[in-house]
Each structure stands twice: as C-alpha cells, then as structure tokens.
Design a protein around this ligand. Sequence first.
Ligand SMILES: Nc1nc2c(ncn2[C@@H]2O[C@H](COP(=O)(O)OP(=O)(O)OP(=O)(O)O)[C@@H](O)[C@H]2O)c(=O)[nH]1
Ligand SMILES: [Zn+2]
Length: 398
Amino acid sequence: MAKKKGKMRAEFRKKHQGRVRDADLTRQFRQRDHEHTIEDVVQAERLSGKGDLTRKRTVAGSQRDEEDDGGLQVDLKVDQTSLIHGRVLSVHGWQSKVLSDDGRLYACATRQVLKSLATDQRGVVVAGDRVWFRSQSREGASIRAAERADETVVADGMIERIEPRHGIICRTSRGKQHVIAANVDAMLIIASAAEPGIKPALIDRMLLTAEQYRIEPVVVINKIDLVDALSLQAMIGVYASIGYRVLPTSASSGQNLSYLRAFLQDRQTALAGQSGVGKSSLLNAIQPGLGLAVSHVSSENQKGRHTTTASKLIPLAGGGAVFDTPGIRQFQLWDIEATEVAGLMPDLRPYVSLCRYPDCLHLHEDDCAVKNAVADGRIDARRYDSYCHLLEDDLLPQ
Ligand SMILES: Nc1nc2c(ncn2[C@@H]2O[C@H](COP(=O)(O)OP(=O)(O)OP(=O)(O)O)[C@@H](O)[C@H]2O)c(=O)[nH]1
Ligand SMILES: [Zn+2]
C-alpha cells in the first residue's frame, strides 16, 4: 500500500514538475489522496488545550522519500490510510486499551510525539478519547483475539492521532488540571426516592458539576416503586421548570427502563450518585453483568490499585457506553469558586447580573436581586437553600 502510494506520488511529482511549488504539490497530492493531515492533529491539540504545534509543519504520507519542511523539529507524519479508528476504554500508565469500531480490543502505546505535545504528560490519552491507531501485531492477531472473544487477549497498536474532545471532566491536583474522561455526552445523576431517601441538595450539587463541565444532565430518581409518586411531584416540577430532564425509574418494577436504555444508546454517559441508590441495579436491568463491571472497577480504584487509571469506559451491548469515573461517583466539588456558583444554576443565573454589587455572593447583601427573587417566589426557596449551603459549607472559609 505504502509502496503503491509512493509510486503515485512520484508520478504526480514528475507530471507537475516545475509548475507547482513543493508545498502546493503536497497539498494537491494530499487532496487527491483524501489524506488527513497533521493540521488535524494541530487542531485536535489546540481544541484540547494541549501544546502549540503551529511552528511544526509537515506533510501527510509516510513515504521516507518525502522531504520535510526545513524547520521541522519533530517527525509528525501521519499516514491515515492504514490507521484504525477506535475509542479508549481505559489507560494504565502509558498503555491504553482501545476498542476499534469493528469491536476488537488493542493494547496501544502512544506515539512519542503526541506525548511531547502535552504540557503535562499524564492524561495525554484518557478514557473516552476517540483515536486513530496503527495495528502493530502480526497480521491476523487481532482477528484471532476477537474470535476467541477473550477480553484479555488483545492485539498491539500505536496511537497516532487523538480526535478533538468535547465534554471533558477534569480534576486539579497540585495546581495542574488533568483530564480524567473525554467526550462525555451526558451525565446521569442518580438519586433514590427511598432507602436512602431523596436528598435534593445532593442532586443540586451534582447538577452544578454537570453545568460546570457543560455536560447534559439527566436526573434519575430510582426506587420509585417504594413511594407514592405524587409526593415527588413538586420537587420534580421545580427541576423540570428549570429545564432539567427528570426520569423516575424502578430497577425492581422496570418503570422507564426502556427509556433509560434508549437514552444510553449512542452516547458516552457518566454516572453519578451516592452508594445504594441503585446504580448497579439499573445497569444490570439494562444489561446483565454491567453493574458488576462498574462497581468492580470502582472498588479497584478506591483501593488505589490502579492509581494511573482515572476512569474507565464500559461499552454497552446496544451501543453507547458508560463511564466509571471514581471522582464523579463520590462527588467532591473541585475547581469551583464561590462567586461562580450562582452563574452555574440556571434558575439563579438571570438575577446575578441584576445585583447591585458585581461580586455579590447573594447571601447577606442588602437589596440583592437573587434574594429578592427568592422572596417573591421567582426562585424556588429550596434551591436557594442548596446554594447557601454549598457556599457556606464547602466554598467559603469557615
Ligand atoms: N425497591 C427497590 N429497590 C432497589 C431498586 N434499585 C435498587 N434497589 C435495591 O437497593 C440496594 C442498592 O442497590 P445497588 O444497585 O447495589 O446500588 P448502587 O448505587 O450500585 O450502590 P453502590 O454499588 O454502593 O454504589 C439493593 O438492595 C437493591 O436491590 C428499585 O428500583 N426498587
Ligand atoms: Zn446578589
């Protein structure tokens, strides 16, 4: 394949010799060949906030006879044609487990040049990333792995490109931001109507995190079979009026599970919710064994056995995948300033800019637009109460 392309390129060059500049030749050849270029990598890195590649240009194609730009510092040639597309399920140190679009598992290393682009080498590749990689196993090895349907038998590969990310969940440690999950399309905020009883303040806190990451939240209220649904109507109404989707479910009776199953399809979804609300039960009802896979990973993480494994993406049989992200399950607030909170609550947000003081915390200030809106019922008093607790308990000096 490479040989054939090399020949084509040589012919193209010969035909156009003297008439086009080398850079144009490269561009024309590239267009003709439908190759993606390193600019894609540059774009990807730019979008993901990683290094600056603008000074490092090169051409597409892996032909060794191709002349590089004189100013090249690193070899960034990417021959897309022989690359396989997949998504990263988990990362252990420098090794990533990647599931190709045709369902084969690969243990991939990451190309050194991508690592060197990262400002912080941890998290160059994270669970949920969509990547292009090159198989490095002997021909047929990956097919045999798939045929044996043995998850631990994987072929080897080398990640050459990381696609631009959206829906990033980060954690800050020692002043540095680490991406721990990428391409998170939605967040299921799971609560239970009883055993343990519903804690709206906890739901509000999780919603805030979803807002912070600009990830679509869905509030799932499980164990609806244990209560009279009418008792939750007012609370659900408040969330619905803010624009949040609320889904009452029961893993026991099966209520709304088909809706949940359909929602999870074709999405990468993060799960949040305290212990005992029925996360595993819901997942098992959707796909037997799935709940076990998620809690198994979590307990491993909690014991610190895989300290470099930030999170894991677990594919669903019907399409889509769920993340197991330990930090998200446990719910700490990170990277959030007290002054930002009201802006992250859609029901408080419209009143923030109406406040008299630009740095108003809407707690004790006189003639505060947010407090006025609470007083006359335009903001739900319980939501405001959550806001106050969040600030006073977590974000402001005691
Ligand atoms: N009545 C009722 N019980 C449920 C429902 N869903 C889960 N349970 C029960 O609630 C308990 C906790 O469920 P799990 O699925 O283990 O909860 P979890 O959120 O995965 O908990 P952790 O693994 O600790 O995070 C179990 O005894 C379940 O049988 C439900 O919809 N209705
Ligand atoms: Zn105010």
